[in-house]
Design a protein around this ligand. Structure first.
Ligand code: ATP
Ligand code: MG
Length: 424
């Protein structure tokens, strides 16, 4: 036998038994976005490497070590997108969607990061991203949080997630704070881990968000960004909290929440679960008022979030399992004439009842075998045709999940009867 070729590590097939979760989640997400009046945008999966370097930041984990970067045939450096915000802003600038306008956008699709694969952390994963432009006030930040809270409720996950928020203040306030933080950490530099030592010069705020417990203990007494906010950001943050309070949204203020990407300012937030082990952040976002200008557009305020679809699917599988079925009706037919008649009837049902799922039996088999397959399909009803039914133009209706007498109907009445027999 020839040697098997396997998928790339960390890039998953989504198998038929999992796709019902994806379909359910995707359908709910589309409806959710519609219900808030947001429009979908679709961007390419590949962009110029420079875009991510400039947007996400040269010294972030993503750009330093996680990007899939390659040379195009003409020598351009391209990268598989590690996130969607940069592409969305790029597209917005390119098509004139942002300047002096308001946009409320969403997208869904695969992202790529060369990380160490583990549960909840993959090299190809999927995000729903939501981005708003041209709205400076905290009301839109509150709305982004409200729509995610609504999603958890709809998915039956509300009791398993909690919200953390923080404000990163203005760029100036953050720069001033950065100096204070470095002054605090410099004398204890030797006690920091290697990553944090490196970040001390490149991106010191990220040290606050280190997952290493020893580093966490050290930064506990560090000066707090929340004590160094500019007055306007302070007020903005207050507004956000007021709106969350008014809507009964519970949250913790985590003064060490800084997020891994460079472009955030003011509001940042994360939804976290402790049901998934170490990979507990299922949705993260915030305000990024400076990014559009940084990418060559006119200054445009912006705010958004991204959620990790795989992690939400994992939560659904654990907390709100779906019992997927392949069909509502299974067509059982014995003999050549019955098989032909059966296919005709299946087509007729699909014509008249397009939402009903009809699965035909193929490859023959005796009744026992066919009913076994019917049962396995999850269908509630088997429609049974033998020689006699074909001759009399009747059909047997057998209920597979209910204690109900089998019916014998005229084929002419079948569709009308099915309307009341199948719960839609
Ligand atoms: P983490 O701290 O888990 O590495 P992050 O800060 O890198 O997350 P973002 O870039 O903000 O994450 O992405 C938003 C969301 O996308 C995350 O909260 C997570 O749910 C999901 N996500 C990020 N990276 C991965 C990955 N490699 N595999 C699966 N999901 C991911
Ligand atoms: Mg990450």
């Amino acid at each position: 036998m020839a040697q098997k070729i396997q998928a790339i590590r960390g890039m998953n097939d989504i198998l038929p038994e999992q796709t019902p979760y994806w379909h359910t989640l995707e359908a709910i997400l589309r409806r959710l976005m519609d219900s808030y009046g947001y429009s979908e945008i679709r961007m390419p999966i590949v962009e110029k490497t420079q875009l991510f370097k400039r947007a996400v930041g040269e010294v972030t984990d993503i750009v330093e070590k996680e990007m899939y970067t390659f040379e195009d045939r003409n020598g351009d450096s391209l990268s598989l997108r590690p996130e969607g915000t940069a592409s969305c802003v790029r597209a917005g600038i390119e098509h004139g969607l942002l300047y002096n306008q308001e946009q409320r956008l969403w997208y869904m699709g695969p992202m790529f990061r060369h990380e160490r694969p583990q549960k909840g952390r993959y090299r190809q994963f999927h995000q729903l991203g939501v981005e708003t432009f041209g709205i400076a006030t905290a009301d839109v930040d509150a709305e982004l949080i409200l729509m995610t809270a609504r999603l958890w409720k709809e998915l039956g996950l509300a009791d398993s997630v909690r919200l953390e928020i923080n404000s990163l203040g203005s760029n100036e306030a953050r720069a001033a704070y950065r100096d204070k933080l470095v002054a605090f950490l410099e004398p204890i530099k030797d006690q920091l881990d290697e990553d944090s030592q490196r970040r001390l010069t490149t991106n010191p705020l990220r040290i606050l968000d280190s997952k290493n417990p020893e580093v966490q203990a050290l930064v506990k007494d560090a000066p707090k960004l929340s004590d160094h906010l500019d007055a306007e950001s302070e007020e903005h943050f207050k507004q956000l909290r007021r709106m969350l309070d008014a809507n009964g949204i519970q949250y913790d203020i985590n003064t060490n929440l800084v997020r891994g990407l460079d472009y955030y300012n003011r509001t940042v937030f994360e939804w976290i679960t402790d049901k998934l082990g170490a990979q507990g952040t299922i949705c993260a976002g915030g305000r990024y008022d400076g990014l559009t200008e940084q990418l060559g557009g006119h200054a445009t305020t912006a705010s958004g979030f991204a959620m990790g679809i795989e992690r939400i699917v994992a939560l659904m599988e654990e907390l709100a399992p779906i019992e997927p079925t392949l069909a509502d009706i299974y067509m059982v037919a014995l003999g050549d004439a019955a098989e032909i008649n059966s296919i005709q009837l299946a087509e007729k049902i699909r014509n008249e009842l397009p939402h009903v799922r009809v699965r035909s039996n193929f490859g023959g088999g005796n009744f026992k075998k066919q009913f076994k397959r019917a049962d396995k399909s999850g269908a509630g009803i088997a429609l049974v045709l033998g020689e006699q039914e074909v001759q009399e133009q009747t059909i047997g209706v057998k209920f597979l999940r209910e204690q109900k007498e089998q019916l014998q109907l005229s084929q002419a009445d079948l569709v009308e009867q099915l309307k009341s027999l199948i719960k839609q």
